[in-house]
Design a protein around this ligand. Structure first.
Ligand SMILES: CC(=O)[C@@H](O)[C@H](O)COP(=O)(O)O
Ligand SMILES: NCC(=O)COP(=O)(O)O
Length: 243
C-alpha cells in the first residue's frame, strides 16, 4: 500500500486569512493523523503566506506519523530543517516568488549543490527526496547526488489526465513517468509522487507506477474535505492507494 502524506499548507492559508488561530494547524494535523493519514507534509515558502517557519517547529513534537518538510534549500530553510529534524525532507527547486511548484530539479546541472545539501541532511539523520520531472536521464544523477528517493512531479500528469481521461495509458507522458520510476527502482531509489493529484487521477497513477512508496496531497484533498469532511476524504484517498 502506498502511504498518504497530507499537505496542510491550505489549512494555514485559511488560518492566515483572519490573523487568528482558526483553524488550528496543530490540531488539524493531529486529527488528520487520527483519521488515517500516514504522514504530514508542509511546504513553507519564503513569504510565509501559508505554513510559517514557526508552525514547522511547533508541528515537530505533535506529528506522530512521518513529518515531511518540502522546500528550496535556502540558508534559512536548511537551518530550520536541520533543527527540526523531520523524518523526510523533499528538496524542490522553487524560486522564492513561486506561486506553486512547477518543475523538478535538473540533477545534472545542480549536482554539486544537491550533493552538499543532501550530505548535510543525512548527517542529521534525515531522509532526502528530490522533486523530479519524469525524465529518465535525471535519475542516475539524483542517485549520485545522494538522494534516497525521488518525488515525481505529477503536475503535467494531472493536466494530461484531465484532457485524455478515457485512455491515459496511451499518453507519451505517462510512459515517461513509468520509465522514470522503473529506472529509479532499478538503482535503489524510493519513489514518491505529488502535485495536483486528486480523487480522479490518483488510482490510475497508483495502478501503473510500480513501487510507489508515498504520495503527498494537499490542494485537492483539502478542497474535497469541504464537501465530504476531512475524515471521509482521507479514507477516500487512502482507498485509491490500496494495492
Ligand atoms: C512540491 C509540491 O508540489 C508541493 O509542495 C506543492 O507545490 C504545494 O505547495 P503550495 O501549497 O505552496 O502550492
Ligand atoms: N509534494 C506535493 C504536495 O505536497 C502537495 O501538492 P498539491 O496536492 O497541493 O498539489
Amino acid at each position: 500500500m502506498t502511504k498518504l502524506s497530507v499537505n496542510i499548507n491550505k489549512i494555514a492559508t485559511l488560518r492566515n486569512a483572519r490573523g487568528g488561530n482558526l483553524p488550528d494547524v496543530l490540531q488539524v494535523a493531529q486529527d488528520i493523523e487520527r483519521f488515517g493519514a500516514d504522514g504530514i507534509t508542509v511546504h513553507p515558502r519564503p513569504d510565509e503566506r501559508h505554513i510559517r517557519y514557526r508552525d514547522v517547529y511547533d508541528l515537530k513534537p505533535v506529528v506522530k506519523t512521518e513529518f515531511n518538510i518540502e522546500g528550496y534549500p535556502s540558508k534559512d530553510f536548511l537551518k530550520m530543517v536541520l533543527e527540526v529534524k523531520p523524518q523526510q525532507c523533499t528538496l524542490v527547486p522553487d524560486p522564492p516568488d513561486a506561486i506553486t511548484s512547477s518543475t523538478g530539479w535538473d540533477t545534472i546541472q545542480h549536482q554539486s549543490q544537491l550533493r552538499e545539501v543532501i550530505s548535510a541532511l543525512h548527517q542529521a539523520g534525515i531522509r532526502v527526496s528530490i522533486f523530479l520531472n519524469p525524465e529518465v536521464r535525471l535519475v542516475e544523477a539524483a542517485k549520485t547526488a545522494g538522494a534516497d528517493r525521488i518525488e515525481l512531479y505529477t503536475g503535467p500528469y494531472a493536466e494530461e489526465y484531465t484532457k485524455a481521461r478515457t485512455q491515459p495509458q496511451n499518453l507519451q507522458l505517462f510512459n515517461d513517468y513509468k520509465n522514470t520510476a522503473k529506472e529509479a527502482a532499478a538503482i535503489g531509489l524510493g519513489i514518491n509522487a505529488g502535485h495536483d493529484l486528486n480523487l480522479e487521477n490518483l488510482r490510475f497513477f497508483k495502478l501503473h507506477i510500480e513501487h510507489l512508496a508515498e504520495v503527498s496531497i494537499g490542494h485537492a484533498l483539502i478542497a474535497d474535505a469541504l464537501y465530504y469532511g476531512l475524515e471521509n476524504t482521507i479514507q477516500l484517498y487512502k482507498r485509491q492507494l490500496q494495492d
